[in-house]
Design a protein around this ligand. Sequence first.
Ligand code: ADP
Length: 442
Amino acid sequence: MVLLATLSVAGVVATQLMWLGRAQRYEREQVLLQQQHQAQLDKQFNDRVTIALTDVTERILSITKDPSDLFDAVKQERPNYFVVSINDTIHPYLLESLLEQEFKRRNINEDFEYGIYDCFTDSIVYGNYVSLGDSLPADSARHSRLLKLDKDGHYFGVYFPRRASSTPPQPKAETLNWLYPAAVAFIVFAFFAYSMWVILRQKRLGEMKNDFIGNMTHELKTPISTIALSSAVLSEPGIAQEPKRLQNYARIIHTENERLRQQVERVLQLATMDEGMQKLEREPVNMHDLLRETVASFELLLQQHGGTCSLDLRAANPLVTGDRVHLGNVLFNLVDNAVKYAKGEPCVHITTSNTANDLVIAVADQGIGIRKEDLRNIFERFFRVHTGNVHNVKGFGLGLHYVAETVRAHGGRVHVASTLGKGSTFTVDLPLDKTAANNPTT
Ligand code: ADP
């Protein structure tokens, strides 16, 4: 999903960038074409004007009977201003009529103004505004000031006021062009990010629920089988003659039933929870009492398998703050595994001790042990050691994961030391109950 989402967002962005690039290239090309076209038109116009003005000069020379050759007399001083050098002063009306004739002949239908350089005043004397096109003549009172050139000799200037005086500025690139694609890309990205977040959250929740259901199923199985065993004993024909045994099994059924009830209640509570860590009902718990209860619930099983479970409760302070049910399940799982993975008759030894801040519970067995390479995985969810048919024990691979998670939620740690074929020791460190630190009870 992450890969697909990343690819799609990258694809959208890349496509948009590509199109944006193309659009900009196309725009630049269009502008360039327009400019080229305009430049061509301008050149044609300038050439026509130059030829027309040269013709005008020649005609002036022929009228004044001047034999000199005014080579290169026409100069374009600005894109819209031409200056023509002549040998003598010329009458404005003659010049105007010549200009008009030549321009019309050359198809130059642009309005123009002309002026003649006057030596006495050393300035260009305005001639007239001549309208050749369809446009209305400009107010001749507000005529342009024709540019005087810094040169000697007679000359006249022709100015085209309707033409641009300089080359057109380059159109500015559209800087906001990228805004729309960027907004779309951002929306797509935000949509994908949000979808990913929702999907991952749902996935995590689903996993958590599965995890929890798996854990609880595992926890429910053992009491059910203990009750089944005890009730089988109670239905033996001679049991009424042994009131002590009868009482014992009835008590076991009662305890296990109570455990079941508590667990079912927890399932119902947690099933209504949508998310978050399992809420722990914290209270001071005497772990020695809990250990005794746990071991008692295995009594029957151990008797059947001919095994033993010894308790060596040395801790001066067995009080921890935690959830009684979950802590009971932790102990139950450890003892259950010690019995399940026994080599022959189960032999479990449980010790408790105190460090400065912790209660240390060690559950040791002399069972099949765990290989070194499996040790780092056994706390993972669903992990089970492959034993083939040698030791066919049923399980979901959830017990130790549950132990690790619960102990961590209580601020404690779990360790394991094991030698293959010799046995394992699971050690649980739980922080001591702070409120009872000064008032230890064994
Ligand atoms: P399950 O017992 O349901 O398979 P657990 O999470 O309790 O799941 O245990 C994971 C694996 O760790 C087991 O499959 C088993 O191979 C190994 N294991 C756990 N406890 C012991 C033990 N006391 N002795 C040997 N192996 C154990």
